[in-house]
Design a protein around this ligand. Structure first.
Ligand code: SAH
Length: 347
């Protein structure tokens, strides 16, 4: 099914959600470059950094996790291949990237055409305008990627992923004009979409120098980071504890037709033992420690990245953990960051 053969309810919904977003994107982003500098977390020089510190398991494997996670509702993202999605090889570093770009263009056109039809009594959609808008959103995203590059992101897979995922489609229409600024934005339920620089940094930390088959994300939120991960890894599992957010992520991702993401509603602190081991685990919310169940679900040689908070200092440090054997993990403390809290249970 091509992107424009989306069932009418979806087209209408996207049109309702994004009519202004695409028009707004014609404007320059309000924030000039330089914000990225400020937002790129500084190395945690003042923290008692323990690069290379070895840690051993502090508790037994959480074998009880299986039952509750297995009973958590699985929400596979409906995704169909996009026929005719092939593009010039020079522009297509990854087949999924092509599919995503094609699906996204169709959706942006649909949204725009829906908006045009809603505001004009003339039935004919403005195709020329639609393609201009689509290109504009790509250009704004390219500038964001340039800033990421300037700020030290080098992995071409990560830069490519950041350049193809339409971040404006993961935020409320009223915030879409800010979608390519380097800022966390509210997504409801007291949660945020992470800043692009932090998303890119975390994925680069776990991906560099290796290919990723299976990745687990804790804290789906609106689904943006899962979409970026889907361009870098073969299979992405993502868990969210707030049901309406998990449902929203499903809606956000569905029209992009990303076939390799599996969303789960549940408590991510328990991980997903059924799908383990994971080559990488990315935690998008801050706990006081990394749950042992997640360390146990990391493959040997796998990497986990997480913001870890300290109650006393009221600060968080991005922590990279590498599993070096069945019983040993190496931990490095990197950038200062600010994330929403990792909480227990589901709501
Ligand atoms: N990955 C998101 C970031 C979302 S913010 C992005 O693409 O930008 C972090 C999310 O973690 C919130 O939605 C919050 O509800 C969720 N969260 C917090 N504790 C959790 C837990 N124990 N299990 C799963 N999700 C959790």
């Amino acid at each position: 099914m091509g992107a424009r053969r989306e069932p009418p309810h979806m087209t209408d919904e996207r049109a309702k959600r994004f009519p202004l977003a695409l028009a707004d994107l014609v404007r320059e982003p309000r924030k000039p470059a330089g914000r990225a500098d400020a937002s790129r977390a500084k190395p945690a020089a003042a923290s008692p950094g323990k690069p290379g510190a070895l840690r051993s398991p502090t508790s037994a494997t959480n074998s009880g996790a299986a039952a509750s996670i297995f009973s958590a509702k699985q929400i596979p993202v409906t995704a169909k291949p996009v026929p005719g999605a092939t593009r010039s090889p020079a522009q297509a570093p990854h087949p999924r990237t092509s599919a995503l770009r094609t699906a996204q263009r169709g959706i942006e056109r649909d949204a725009l055409n829906g908006a045009a039809n809603a505001t004009s009594k003339k039935g004919a959609p403005n195709v020329a305008l639609a393609s201009t808008q689509t290109l504009t959103s790509e250009r704004v995203r390219e500038r964001m990627v340039e800033r990421l590059r300037t700020n030290g992101i080098t992995d071409p897979r990560v830069l490519n992923a950041m350049s193809v995922v339409p971040r404006h489609m993961f935020v409320d229409p009223g915030l879409a004009a800010q979608a390519y600024e380097d800022a966390a934005l509210p997504i409801g339920h007291h949660q945020t979409i992470s800043k692009p620089s932090v998303v890119a940094r975390m994925i680069e930390l776990v991906a560099t120098g290796r290919t990723l088959d299976k990745v687990l994300e804790i804290g789906t939120g609106c689904g943006y980071q899962a979409a970026v991960l889907s361009q870098v890894a073969k299979e992405v599992y993502s868990i969210e504890r707030v049901r309406p957010l998990s449902e929203r992520a499903k809606l956000n991702l569905r029209p992009l037709r990303v076939p390799n993401i599996r969303l789960h509603y549940g408590d991510g602190r328990l991980g997903l033992p059924a799908a383990a081991p994971f080559d990488a685990i990315v935690i998008a919310c801050a706990g006081l420690d990394v749950p042992q169940a997640l360390l146990d679900q990391l493959a040997v040689g796998g990497k986990l990245v997480a913001p870890v908070g300290s109650q006393a200092a009221q600060s968080q440090v991005l922590t990279l953990v590498t599993r070096i054997s069945a019983t040993q993990w190496r931990e490095s403390q990197l950038d200062r960051v600010f994330f929403v809290p990792l909480k227990s249970g589901v709501i």
